[in-house]
Design a protein around this ligand. Structure first.
Ligand code: DAH
Length: 356
């Protein structure tokens, strides 16, 4: 029995994996295992012999059972250790470099414009880029024969032969959003409407798609004086320096009176600097909203009045960030985008705050 014990205890100690251990268990303690057979032989022994052999066999069985269980646990631990060692990775290693995208100057400047006008109490409204010619022209007091309609180099959507519905156009300006906003919200109202517009035009300073922001403020007693204050306030915050404006009498079908607005600038050394010098740069059109436009928007021109303006976003982006060529805005040249783009987490560069 001692020999049997030593053999199996040594074998358990020597075993290297769980399958071999299981084989060993079956060989010793399985139904036909060596120790099980010995247990069966107890029946043929004399009571005296059995009294000695019985407890010894039971003790051996117990000892071997726990030795096998302990070995099994040790093998499992070792396997887990090996796996943990194999699956180890160094989380302190530097990551592979990843290129960050950037915000296009148009997106950046649109956000800046929205932020400044939000501080002045203006909400943001949007309209469709594919417009009916009613919203784009007629509602803005530009009837079919009006020269402005021809001047705008309009893209017309294709119509099937025999389709005589009024034509859809790619909006030539953001002014139609004035009408949609008045229809939706009525007066009083204070909004800006940024977005893409389209004209069939292409040269160094014109692209077939560009961006405008429209402004509209309607109340009972709004005047041109407030228009001038709002615009000077806007430009001063936008350019981070006090900017004077100059209003020149002009004509737009949707405003009466109308004015083109210049901002103060200098041209020293061939580069334009806004907010200094004695030169002027035209940046927008504006005026008091025409009574017919108010009526088209569904509000009573005898009760309400206000101003509107329209300005090129790409244009003021070029001025603020010293970008020389408009066409590059839409070339999708990655080198250009990386150079002129803005980090997405940058706070818009609006210095100085508002002077109120
Ligand atoms: N819609 C005009 C354009 O695209 C710009 C404009 C001028 C808008 C005067 C206005 C305005 O709201 O009052 O050229």
């Amino acid at each position: 029995m001692q020999e049997l014990r030593n053999t199996y205890i040594a074998a358990v100690a020597a075993v290297q994996d769980e399958a071999a251990l299981e084989d060993l268990r079956v060989q010793a303690l399985g139904k036909k295992g060596e120790i099980s057979l010995k247990m069966r032989e107890l029946g043929q022994m004399s009571p005296e012999e059995r009294q000695v052999a019985g407890p010894a066999l039971n003790a051996l069985k117990d000892e071997l059972t726990s030795a096998i269980a302990a070995k099994k646990a040790a093998l499992a631990d070792a396997a887990l250790d090996a796996r943990l060692r194999a699956e180890w990775l160094d989380v302190s290693l530097p990551s592979r470099p990843m290129r960050q995208g950037s915000l296009h100057p148009v997106s950046q400047v649109t956000e800046e414009v929205q932020t400044i006008f939000a501080d002045l109490g203006f909400g943001v409204a949007e309209g469709p880029r594919i417009e009916t010619d009613w919203y784009n022209f007629d509602a803005l007091n530009i009837p079919g024969h009006h020269p402005a309609r021809a001047e705008m180099d309009t893209f017309y959507m294709q119509r099937a032969e025999g389709d005589d519905r009024p034509p859809f156009v790619l909006r030539t300006h953001t002014s139609p959003v004035q009408i949609r906003a008045l229809e939706a919200h009525g007066a009083p109202i204070r909004i800006i409407c940024p977005g893409g517009v389209y004209r069939a035009d292409y040269d160094q300073t014109h692209t077939p798609m560009f961006h405008q922001v429209e402004g509209l403020a309607i109340d009972r007693d709004i005047s041109m004086a407030q228009l001038k204050w709002v615009l000077e306030e806007f430009f001063s915050v936008f350019f981070g320096t006090k900017v004077k404006t100059r209003f020149r009498a002009s004509h737009f079908p949707f405003t009466e009176p109308s004015a083109e607005v210049d901002i103060q600038c200098s041209w020293e050394g061939g580069t334009v600097k806004v907010g200094e010098g004695d030169d002027w740069l035209e940046v927008l059109g504006s005026g008091m909203v025409h009574p017919k436009v108010l009526a088209a928007g569904g509000i009573d021109p005898n009760e309400w009045q206000g101003f509107a303006f329209g300005m090129g976003i790409d244009r003021i982006a070029m001025l603020k960030y010293g970008i020389p060529d408009l066409r590059a805005f839409f070339d999708s040249d990655l080198r250009w985008l990386r150079h002129y783009g803005f980090a997405s987490l940058d706070v818009p560069t609006i210095r100085g705050g508002l002077s109120r």
